[in-house]
Design a protein around this ligand. Structure first.
Ligand code: AHG
Ligand code: MN
Ligand code: MN
Length: 336
């Protein structure tokens, strides 16, 4: 007997049937994103065999050296999504300015921001990397969007997702109706629904932070981490475990799978930039996914999705994951 499995295409079309007036435009956009992620997955998988590891001479707008895979992934994402007429413009971590839809292609009603390869410092060492994307509506009446049209708070996102290129390639999506995860079956080239209705456990004994920044932290974070480290003998009364992968996509996926809290807080080293992670294509999409899975996401002082963006590459402090722990950390910020 054939064991029926739900492909991502089937899942998206069935979701579309619940939206009155849906034209199929959005479903079609997601299909193009899925294709882009499969292509990037294939490059990442083949790595040294096809000469795509290592760095280029170039730097991106953030002053970070670009990896070959950053540039390839950016290119794949742009050209998988610019031709179909679903998007009015795009913006990427790897490009200073917004990307306009080339003349000759129709412009659509959505805007997309993305991080083509997150955690790319891990690609050369064969540790998980990923792609993050966020979809916004192009403001009504705007035919040729400018930067200003992108500066919408995360609460305005209509879809967010990521692909994780790990031991399996996994795609996780939300359209504001819960979170679903799909695993790429390499034999048939299709994502299969394997993680329906993902939920983040509310309590956790696991935290993730780059401890090498400890001397730069604010008191609230120092207090929280010290209490975790004190474990059973401290005020928390239980032992904690720590992880740091340095690929936000992999950390968020772990948290969606078994709970945990992830922190890249404001500190005296990143104070001038306002944090480390980028609001428009890292923090906002991940916050949308985490909240939709029952978790919480905050700067420590404000819900991330309510931050009013002022720039495409704006940075923001990030504290996200299991609700109880995030709330505990927020309470330490309020108290300090
Ligand atoms: P990117 O590779 O897209 O620039 O993002 C890397 C980010 C994030 O994924 C990760 O959590 C963080 O940078 C790691 O920072 P540190 O190297 O400071 O630990
Ligand atoms: Mn990133
Ligand atoms: Mn990146």
């Amino acid at each position: 007997m054939h064991n029926h499995r739900t492909t991502i295409t089937q899942f998206l079309i069935e979701e579309q049937r619940h939206v009155t007036g849906a034209t199929g435009d959005f479903t079609s956009l997601l299909n193009d994103i899925v294709t882009a992620c499969k292509v990037i997955s294939n490059y990442v998988n083949h790595g040294a065999l096809i000469g795509v590891l290592g760095s280029l001479e170039s730097e991106n707008v953030q002053g970070e050296t670009q990896k070959k895979l950053d540039v390839i992934s950016n290119d794949v994402f742009l050209h998988s999504n610019d031709w179909a007429g679903h998007l009015a413009a795009m913006a990427s971590e790897e490009m200073d300015d917004i990307y306009e839809i080339p003349a000759g292609y129709p412009r659509g009603k959505y805007l997309m921001t993305f991080d083509p390869l997150d955690g790319s410092s891990n690609s050369d060492v064969n540790v998980s990397v990923g792609t993050i994307f966020s979809i916004l509506r192009c403001p009504p009446g705007v035919d040729k969007p400018t930067l200003q049209d992108f500066l919408q708070p995360g609460t305005q996102q209509i879809c967010a997702g990521y692909a994780l290129y790990g031991p399996s390639t996994v795609m996780v999506l939300t359209t504001g109706n819960g979170v679903n995860g799909f695993t790429l079956d390499q034999n048939i080239g299709e994502f299969i629904l394997t993680h329906p209705k993902m939920r983040i456990p509310e309590t956790t004994n696991e935290f993730a932070i780059n401890m090498s920044n400890m001397r730069f932290w604010e008191p609230a974070i120092t207090r929280y981490v010290e209490e975790c480290l004190a474990g059973k003998t401290g005020t928390r009364g239980r032992d904690f475990n720590m992880r740091w992968i340095a690929s936000m996509v992999a950390e968020v996926h772990r948290i969606l799978t078994r709970g945990g809290v992830f922190m890249y807080p404001l500190d005296s080293k990143n104070l001038a930039q306002g944090g480390r992670l980028r609001l428009m294509y890292e923090a906002n999409p991940m916050s949308f996914i985490v909240e939709q899975a029952g978790g919480a996401s905050s700067t420590g002082r404000q819900r991330i999705m309510e931050v009013q963006p002022t720039g495409l590459h704006q940075r923001v402090p990030v504290i996200l994951g299991s609700k109880d722990e995030v709330e505990q950390i927020i309470s330490y910020y309020s108290a300090s």
